[in-house]
Design a protein around this ligand. Structure first.
Ligand code: ZN
Length: 407
């Protein structure tokens, strides 16, 4: 770890904030055949850059090992589709986009977002590394390049004349190993007056709401506005607007333009707030380690107490965050009977590390556990509503984050 340098600025002043130990890859679900094999594990250590303020993990798992995870992202929740439709409608109006404009999305998946530009008559270009998912997008009329976004692809697209009037990158920057290359790529394909709209989980929400389970190997960086502002400023770009969003437990939506474009008051305000509240200093983050330890203790104590009373417990949501939480808290088959998940790709498989079997949500009504640990707490409202019939029969949910509560 001594050799680790900041992914954004190259500094070697990167003290440790929190270690979650060695864990398997959070999205690497196991098939029944895999259960006889020991899984690979990797250190999960969170550090803070004292020069540019970026919070990041030290381990970079090679992308080809993570690549298969994309298969699970193809089914979007209703909440996320509504979110995508909303931002597209707003940008089409605000930026006056039409048939001569171009909307680009990095990690465009199955075209879940760009489809709304197609409907509005705006030309689109998706960039998506997974060929099978890109094919689904093409079937919806979303033109898609199968590749990873970075400086090499951006230069090639620029040479072909691609200039993005709007460019979206939702939940992609956290996964980028080469942040300077990403910024240079953005600079290359953003039109002169273009706007890049970038959504990232906000490190402030991660810390304030104790969302430690969003730390896993796919997420290399955890951004503050200060860290993004400094990164883009080094590459001829400028953060011109910012909003805080409730999605994914709390996100930042940052608008980036070429340097010299007018900057909204919201940017100056949030930068000042981060400085005032200590997000630019190490102490803000080291307090978090203690809060995470307290949360682990309250959750495992509650579950042990329920088990001692012969209560039967299952879990909901075989997502990566669930894997982090279960492995860090060592909650396995002695406590939970099974996990349910809506994705048919996950059903019949097993959670990494703790090796809990994954079933369809209908299993809750069949097996009737007394309690369900809600691992996908970021969709709590939607899931609790869907599970009304189960709850009407007395089934209760345990929401673990930010504080353990039973509903
Ligand atoms: Zn740095």
């Amino acid at each position: 770890m001594s050799a680790f340098t900041c992914r954004a600025c190259g500094s070697s002043r990167v003290p440790l904030i929190l270690s979650l130990g060695r864990t398997p890859l959070a999205n690497a679900l196991l098939s029944a055949d895999d259960l006889s094999i020991e899984e690979d594990t990797y250190p999960l250590d969170l550090v803070f850059c004292e020069d540019c303020t970026l919070v990041q993990i030290t381990e970079t798992v090679p992308p080809e090992r993570l690549f298969s995870d994309y298969a699970y992202f193809s089914s979007f929740s209703d909440t996320m589709l509504e979110h995508a439709r909303g931002i597209v409608g707003r940008l089409v109006r605000e930026r006056g986009l039409g048939p001569n404009s171009l909307a680009v999305e990095i990690a465009s998946n199955d075209g879940y977002l760009l489809q709304y530009y197609v409907q509005a008559g705006v030309a689109v270009l998706g960039i998506e590394p997974a060929a099978n998912i890109a094919r689904t997008a093409e079937e919806k009329g979303v033109r898609t390049v199968v590749d990873f976004f970075g400086e090499p692809l951006a230069s090639r697209l620029r040479a072909e004349g691609v200039r993005a009037d709007v460019l979206h990158a939702n939940n992609v920057m956290a996964h980028v190993p080469d942040l300077p290359g990403f910024a240079r790529g953005l600079h290359a394909i953003l039109a002169e007056r273009g706007r890049a709209v970038i959504e990232v989980p906000y490190v402030r929400d991660l810390i304030d709401k104790r969302e430690f389970d969003t730390i896993y190997h796919e997420h290399l960086s955890y951004f503050s506005l200060t860290a993004m502002h400094r990164l883009f400023a080094r590459h001829g770009l400028s953060v011109v607007d910012v909003e805080r969003l409730p999605i994914h437990g709390g996100s930042l939506r940052v608008t980036v333009a070429h340097a010299g474009e007018p900057i909204s008051a919201a940017v100056e305000q949030l930068l000042a707030e981060e400085e005032r509240d200590g997000l630019t200093r190490l102490e803000f983050y080291t307090r978090f380690a203690k809060a995470v330890e307290d949360l682990r203790h309250s959750l495992t104590a509650l579950l042990a107490d329920l088990r001692a009373k012969n209560q039967r417990i299952a879990a909901y949501g075989a997502a990566a965050k669930g894997s982090t939480l279960l492995n860090f808290c060592a909650i396995g088959t002695d406590v939970l009977e099974f996990v349910v998940d809506r994705s048919p790709h996950k059903q019949g498989k097993y959670m990494p590390g703790v090796r809990l079997p994954i079933a369809a949500p209908s299993k809750l009504m069949e097996a009737r556990p007394d309690y369900v640990l809600l691992l996908t707490w970021n969709f709590a409202e939607e899931i609790l509503a869907q599970q009304a019939p189960f709850r009407d029969l007395g089934g209760r949910f345990i929401v673990p984050i930010p504080d353990v509560r039973v509903v």
